[in-house]
Design a protein around this ligand. Structure first.
Ligand code: ATR
Length: 289
């Protein structure tokens, strides 16, 4: 199934390396077709040293929008004309729009994460958040949550990384963010008081699906447990959280919402969220086979 390409078709895409496993073309093309929009979305493998040429190409070919993934999310910044304020604070961009030659960078990983929570009736403002992980994914999500007004403690296996991220957040938002080593004692101490737990580590990701970053004895009803791992969709952490009556949000939601917000930036149209989610689930199931 593909939309017909005409002389008026607007092109979008994703740049990264590697790029073969991206699910973004599937969700965006399905959404363009559903909404009757004359747009098309393609993957581009762009090597690290060719990023500048790729962005020159975006300008020269008048490509409407690009998603940006590993390894380009930080290196792309000096090549753009404008930055959305949140992307500027995070110092990472995953979406570019091209408005008549003006390239603007956004971070819809961050805003999409927040939207995924709000959409499920979870307002993080004023809540106590335990963040696991201090890598690239944690950085985007942590900035969106602290900006929204949460109280946060970051736990990471390597304490220095947690301290560095916590320090940047504290300085940016003028608000204390704590850092601790990711070990059972510390988890027990902080989860007692927590409202929201976010796993932004890769623990539990396929093929290590029997791993979990948190012993199930520390989970409790009333906690909101969010896992940014989306492969598998129901991680061990989410299954154990559900079993004790905690509310859960899976990583598919975050992936879908970063795509939804990019779609809306490029087209100005409302994205068909449910269709995009169904498309991600379909892709994940077909990869499992
Ligand atoms: P991403 O872009 O997905 O955030 P990343 O930047 O490589 O990827 O970060 C991976 C995160 O998962 C880090 O917080 C990492 O912890 P370290 O900084 O200590 O490496 C965490 N992580 C990966 N494997 C882990 C494991 N087995 N136990 C605990 N944390 C782990």
């Amino acid at each position: 199934m593909s939309a017909e390409i005409s002389g008026k078709t607007r092109l979008c895409g994703v740049i990264g390396d590697p790029i073969e496993h991206t699910m973004s073309p599937a969700i965006h093309n399905a959404a363009f077709i559903k909404m009757g929009l004359d747009y098309h979305y393609v993957p581009f493998r762009v090597k690290e040293e060719e990023l500048g040429k790729a962005i020159d190409g975006m300008r020269a070919l008048n490509i409407r929008g690009l998603n940006v993934t590993i390894p380009h999310k930080v290196a792309i910044i000096p090549l753009l004309d404008e930055l959305d304020p949140l992307a500027e604070k995070i110092e990472a961009v995953n979406t570019i729009s091209n408005d008549d030659g003006v390239l603007k960078g956004y971070n819809t990983d961050a805003s999409g994460f927040l939207q995924a929570l709000l959409e499920r009736g979870i307002e993080p403002k004023g809540k106590k958040v335990v963040m696991l992980g201090a890598g690239g994914a944690s950085r985007a999500v942590s900035f969106s949550l602290v900006e929204r007004g949460v109280h946060m403690v970051i736990l990471n296996r390597r304490l220095e990384q947690a301290e560095e991220l916590a320090g940047r957040l504290s300085t940016t938002f003028n608000k204390e963010v704590k850092a601790l080593e990711l070990v059972a004692d510390n988890l027990a101490q902080v989860l007692g008081e927590a409202d929201i737990l976010v796993n932004a580590t890769s623990v539990g990701m396929s093929p290590n699906i029997n791993e979990t970053p948190v012993p199930s004895s520390l989970l409790k009803p009333g906690l909101v447990v969010v896992d940014i791992v989306y492969n598998p969709i129901r991680t061990r952490l989410l299954r154990e959280a559900e079993a004790v009556g905690a509310k859960t949000v899976d990583g598919v939601d975050m992936f879908v919402w970063q795509g939804v917000l990019a779609f809306e930036i490029w087209t100005g149209a409302k994205a068909p969220v449910e269709l995009m989610r169904a498309e991600v689930v379909r892709q994940l199931k077909s990869h499992e086979k």
